[in-house]
Design a protein around this ligand. Structure first.
Ligand SMILES: *Cc1c(COP(=O)(O)O)cnc(C)c1O
Length: 512
């Protein structure tokens, strides 16, 4: 795959160091083509410069690189090739659903890019109509009564939800009493973090042998201190919580609310609704289930949906319809306030709107069929080689959009799962999430999504099996991978504690 192609290099060795634009710069080079009216522009700039007060004029030329246009384009294209992307290769991030984004979804949001968020309502009726309809569709998909589109990510949505839970209990005079949120041990790390940020104590409950919530453990954890249970369905092992309605009943019996982490709805779209499972409120990750690339922490949208009286606590403004006008609606009696500026992350919201619009109910239903089929196909093919992968929780049972497998003796002794992930890069394949959920050791969490063909899945499977074989015959090699990528093994702690993100930081580092 992709032989002959080599990535831009960024290593310590001088000969192969990819130059920065500053190093490529030569005085006098320029990317601007001489225009026929050049004299005209010169005069214009000069006359403008005269209008700028002396004190704020630059005293010296800014230190900018000077290159031709073609040099700049090639430089950045090369740098972009240091990254993997879903447009290049399968990107099977478990839990984080990185699916291909149809190009039309990238194009249409540009059409509204020139709107200003402070424009009067009557001049952005088209945009408001899109957001209004998107909310209606999200309500239909989940069974919730209203959604706020403001939160900019899943975690932002969780914090919004937790704040609503808090405000709701406070309003009912139980604020001081309901101080705990129950979260299963397989949960995404943002769940406990959001609960703690909202001022709650987290009560963790263990998963049963089938990977699902253990009802006895739940019952033991429940009390009049329970504010809510935060539950991911399907859970992060890719297993549907088959007792979810019983769980909801138990939590409700104790006066708690049911919060659904709906970050990944890829297995549930048009199959089952949060409301029917017994949830009172939830968030969706539009940037996962409804496309939108979201590398490096953004951009995202994590709308929060609520049922019944909880809608009186949503952030303001909501988008409502008055006569035939769309309005920003501040009439929310117990609103928790704002959780993000303006309309939310409009670009991602519009992408989700087009995604739903194009697919319709039938299409979304099929997305979920294909996502589950793809994940189970790959799962079955991998676990058939029993020696290689050793699933812990009810092995062989149907998974939903994703599955988790862990390395058996072969890997466990000689190599670990990070070595496998690094070796995959040499096959031009993006590695899955590793070492998550925390309840499984040395594991890979794989979510192929509905977009991949059978050939792609077979290729991925083949690569993993080859790596496992190599781990037996030549473990030292696997431990040194990757060989073809631009960077080998990063010092991950150092990279996150002391990041060098700009030319200035780079120069300072060289000086010091
Ligand atoms: C991704 C994810 C989140 C957090 O969403 P962000 O947009 O990354 O903040 C929460 N829960 C689950 C299950 C997720 O997969």
């Amino acid at each position: 795959m992709c032989s002959g192609f080599h990535q831009a290099k960024w290593t310590k060795s001088k000969e192969v160091l990819e130059p920065t634009v500053f190093e490529l710069s030569k005085e006098g080079k320029t990317g601007i083509l001489p225009l026929p009216e050049e004299e005209f522009f010169k005069k214009l700039y000069l006359s403008l410069e005269k209008k700028i007060p002396e004190v704020i004029l630059r005293q010296q030329k800014p230190n900018l690189p000077e290159l031709t246009e073609v040099e700049v384009v090639r430089h950045y294209i090369r740098l972009s090739q240091m990254n993997f992307s879903v447009d290049q290769t399968i990107y099977p991030l478990g839990s984080c659903t990185m699916k291909y984004t149809p190009k039309i979804l990238q194009y249409i949001p540009n059409l509204v890019a020139n709107l200003h968020p402070q424009q009067p309502e009557e001049t952005v009726q088209g945009l408001l109509e899109i957001l209004y309809k998107l909310e209606k569709w999200l309500c239909e998909i989940t069974g919730m009564d209203r959604f706020t589109l403001q939160p900019a990510a899943g975690a932002n949505g969780e914090f919004t939800g937790v704040s609503i839970i808090k405000a709701f209990h406070k309003f009912r005079g139980e604020g001081g009493k309901r101080t705990e949120i129950i979260i299963p041990d397989s949960a995404h790390g943002t769940n406990p973090a959001s609960a703690v940020m909202g001022g709650f104590k987290v009560v963790t409950i263990p998963s049963g042998e089938d990977g699902c919530i253990n009802l006895d453990a739940l019952e033991y954890a429940l009390s009049e201190r329970t504010a809510a249970a935060m539950i991911t369905v399907p859970n992060t092992l890719g297993i549907f919580e088959k007792e979810i309605q019983k769980v909801s009943k138990l939590v409700h019996n104790y006066g708690g609310l049911m919060y659904m982490d709906g970050a990944n709805m890829n297995a549930l779209l048009c199959k089952v609704r949060a409301r029917d499972m017994g949830f009172d409120l939830m968030h969706l990750n539009l940037h996962k289930t409804f496309a939108s690339p979201h590398g490096g922490g953004g951009p995202g949208a994590g709308p929060v949906g609520v049922k019944g009286e909880l809608k009186d606590f949503l952030p303001v403004p909501l988008i409502s319809k008055k006569g035939n006008k769309y309005i920003l609606d501040y009439n929310v009696p117990h609103s928790i306030g704002k959780v993000r500026s303006y309309y939310g992350n409009t670009e991602v919201l519009i992408k989700a709107y087009i995604y739903i619009y194009m697919l319709g109910f039938e299409g979304l239903n099929k997305v979920s069929d294909m996502a589950v089929l793809n994940s189970n196909y790959l799962y079955r093919r991998l676990i058939k080689e029993k020696k290689l992968f050793d699933p812990v929780y009810s092995p062989g049972n149907v998974r939903k959009h994703e599955f988790v497998v862990s390395l058996a003796e072969v890997g466990a002794g000689k190599i670990n799962v990070a070595d496998v992930a690094k070796r995959l890069l040499d096959y031009s394949l993006y590695p899955p999430i590793i070492n998550f959920p925390l309840i499984m050791k040395n594991c890979l969490m794989i979510e192929p999504t509905e977009c991949e063909t059978k050939e792609n899945l077979d290729g991925y499977c083949q690569a993993l099996l080859e790596i496992m074989k190599e781990a037996e015959t030549n473990p030292e090699k696997v431990k040194k991978a990757p060989f073809k990528a631009s960077i080998g093994r990063l010092d991950e702690v150092k990279a996150s504690r002391h990041p060098i993100l700009s030319w200035k930081m780079f120069l300072n580092k060289m000086k010091g």
